[in-house]
Design a protein around this ligand. Structure first.
Ligand SMILES: [Cu+2]
Length: 202
């Protein structure tokens, strides 16, 4: 091979690498949530750092601190080892069209005898009119799945999306479980089996 062809090949490879890099940057951007939107949402929810404010707005505690062993079960959700924490659910706000400014669930972690706001969650019921999984912040909801028994009836077939707005999650902001959330040292730890999936829209 002459020096020139060698050089050309290298520049071509570099160019291909550059184009590839740009394309993957675009793809990553599509899935990346809008930071300003997330910041505004966090800001609007900081009042719920006081769980009593959440209760006054009818986000009601489901008491158990939910966590998963990371066990893989066929036909069930793939929940990495970690906790979801204590869900405070505003049932009346649940609708087929999720409101990005109003999550249906506030999630608390038991810390030093108190409750620390760590995450929020949207629940979207699966209905005969469901055409596709809902999306918020560029994220596709997980599911459809049964309700998270025993704290939610199994018959509540739904999609859901978690967002760890108030505590870092090494698995990512939208991972369902957070390995850094602990349910030990709390009166009502609630180990759960990964939730069963159900057939989606036909
Ligand atoms: Cu949850």
């Amino acid at each position: 091979m002459t020096k020139t062809t060698h050089f050309r090949r290298r520049s071509l490879l570099a160019l291909v690498g550059l184009v590839g890099g740009c394309l993957s940057a675009v793809a990553a951007q599509a899935a990346e949530p809008d930071k300003a939107e997330i910041d505004a949402l966090k800001q609007s929810l900081t009042k719920y750092e006081d769980y009593k404010a959440a209760i006054r707005d009818l986000y009601l505690s489901t008491v158990g601190c939910v966590y998963y062993s990371g066990e893989k079960v066929a036909g069930a959700m793939d929940y990495p080892k970690g906790a979801m924490g204590i869900h405070f659910v505003n049932v009346a706000s649940v609708s087929p069209t999720p409101d990005p400014t109003r999550p249906n669930v506030l999630i608390y972690e038991p810390v030093d005898g108190g409750l620390r706001l760590v995450a929020v969650e949207w629940l979207v019921p699966l209905t005969p009119d469901t055409k596709q999984p809902p999306k918020l912040f560029g994220q596709t909801f997980q599911g459809p799945m049964e309700g998270h028994y025993p704290l939610i009836p199994a018959e509540f077939h739904h999609y859901d999306l978690h967002a760890w707005l108030f505590k870092d999650n090494p698995l990512g902001m939208f991972s369902p479980t957070n390995p850094d959330v602990k349910c030990e040292d709390y009166a009502f730890p609630m180990p759960e089996q990964p939730t069963k999936m159900v057939p989606g829209p036909m």
